[in-house]
Ligand binder design. Structure first.
Ligand SMILES: [Zn+2]
Length: 213
């Protein structure tokens, strides 16, 4: 059962292989993750969209080239302006796809940190945290791409069903085991909570004697 993914820094994805266990990350200073943490890197979407993005960027660059050639052949500056716009947009698109591809090769654009007391989700935009009591259930399903698995946390607040999803590559991590671990932690947290509230329920306050009616 392989629960531990490639050992990367959850802050900057620096490969921690070979670093002393307790050493902070030399790149970003993030403290060494404790042994009880299970850190999962995954994707916010199942599709490897950086390739599509790269194709779109190339089409934009080709279009810009076409517009510039038209302007040159027609000896007019008219199509040159849209050509520049498309050129810049194409460049930005290709830069984004390269960044995305880099993240893909570093394990994905989302990090899940499964701690003994809860779960933390880090995306490029935000960080969210739940205790196990905040979580209603954890869903598991196979994706359409070979080896991809969808794990999803459902938040407990009814009527406000917030989902936190992660696409995992089954080849890197035993997603079934992760799912089981999360379910076990949920069950343990609920059992502890009901144990905590039980004594009060077992000793109900004596009801006042019935008064004269
Ligand atoms: Zn780091």
């Amino acid at each position: 059962m392989n629960l531990r993914h490639v050992e990367r820094c959850p802050g900057c994805r620096y490969l921690r292989n070979g670093l002393p266990n307790k050493a902070p990350c030399p790149e970003c200073g993030e403290p060494a993750p404790p042994d009880e943490w299970l850190i999962l890197f995954g994707w916010s979407s199942e599709a490897n969209e950086w390739r599509n993005l790269a194709v779109i960027g190339c089409v934009m660059l080709a279009t810009a080239l076409g517009l510039y050639s038209t302007a040159y052949l027609a000896r007019t500056a008219m199509p040159a302006f849209p050509g520049t716009v498309v050129l810049v947009a194409g460049g930005v698109t290709i830069a984004r796809s390269l960044l995305w591809s880099k993240r893909t090769h570093e394990g994905g654009d989302i990090v899940w940190i499964i701690r003994p007391d809860g779960v933390e989700l880090r995306t490029p935009l935000l960080t969210r945290q739940w205790t196990y009591l905040d979580i209603e259930q954890v869903l598991f399903e196979y994706g359409w791409r070979r080896g991809s698995v969808h794990l999803c946390l459902l938040q407990a607040t009814v009527g406000q069903a917030k989902e936190a999803t992660i696409w995992l590559n089954e080849r890197d991590v035993d997603a079934r085991a992760v799912h089981q671990l999360l379910r076990d932690r949920l069950a343990a947290a609920r059992a502890a909570e009901s144990h905590r509230t039980q004594p009060a329920a077992l000793n109900p306050r004596a009801s006042p004697p019935p008064g004269p009616s």
